[in-house]
Design a protein around this ligand. Sequence first.
Ligand SMILES: *[C@@H]1O[C@H](CO)[C@@H](O)[C@H](O)[C@H]1NC(C)=O
Ligand SMILES: *[C@@H]1O[C@H](CO)[C@@H](O)[C@H](O)[C@H]1NC(C)=O
Ligand SMILES: *[C@@H]1O[C@H](CO)[C@@H](O)[C@H](O)[C@H]1NC(C)=O
Ligand SMILES: *[C@@H]1O[C@H](CO)[C@@H](O)[C@H](O)[C@H]1NC(C)=O
Ligand SMILES: *[C@@H]1O[C@H](CO)[C@@H](O)[C@H](O)[C@H]1NC(C)=O
Length: 129
Amino acid sequence: MRSYTSTILVATAALTSAQRPNGTSICDYYTAALLKENNATNQMTLLTLIVNTAVIGNYTQPNVGISVPGILKPGMYNDTTVSLAPYFDGSLASSNRGGDHGVSVNFLDDGVASPLLMNKPSNGTTSRQ
Ligand SMILES: *[C@@H]1O[C@H](CO)[C@@H](O)[C@H](O)[C@H]1NC(C)=O
Ligand SMILES: *[C@@H]1O[C@H](CO)[C@@H](O)[C@H](O)[C@H]1NC(C)=O
Ligand SMILES: *[C@@H]1O[C@H](CO)[C@@H](O)[C@H](O)[C@H]1NC(C)=O
Ligand SMILES: *[C@@H]1O[C@H](CO)[C@@H](O)[C@H](O)[C@H]1NC(C)=O
Ligand SMILES: *[C@@H]1O[C@H](CO)[C@@H](O)[C@H](O)[C@H]1NC(C)=O
């Protein structure tokens, strides 16, 4: 997750030529740089964009020419293919909710990518997603 987040921050940094002043927080700086007005709504939107981009890959327009694969898509790390989706869609007994054994949990049970594309975490409010 960390490396994807820094990819996005690098991508956002490429948008702005100025350097973030020491006294300005990352949230204040990038909200103003990317969404113009720095207020609570836009700070929330900025974090949503970062998290959703980490999950489904770059999806906003305009994009800055840096492709972010997203953890749900097959990726490549150090010449090795990586597929993390099975850890989230219930294909593997990989959740630590079973006490002494892993259990299968589908965390993508409410629309998968389609609500994320609309800057929402899920379609409804009662799903595991
Ligand atoms: C920001 O902090 C760094 C390290 O403390 C310092 O070298 C730099 O001069 C500071 N920049 C500004 C604009 O204050
Ligand atoms: C923040 O600014 C946006 C416009 O960029 C506006 O739509 C939104 O209502 C504002 N939110 C607050 C809490 O003022
Ligand atoms: C993601 O970024 C790449 C590189 O800029 C671009 O080719 C691709 O169209 C982007 N994907 C979406 C869904 O915007
Ligand atoms: C990449 O793979 C090579 C060969 O297996 C290994 O020596 C190296 O430490 C790996 N690098 C990273 C950053 O994982
Ligand atoms: C979630 O909403 C999208 C867009 O309205 C729809 O295409 C999709 O079928 C919905 N999925 C579920 C599981 O409700």
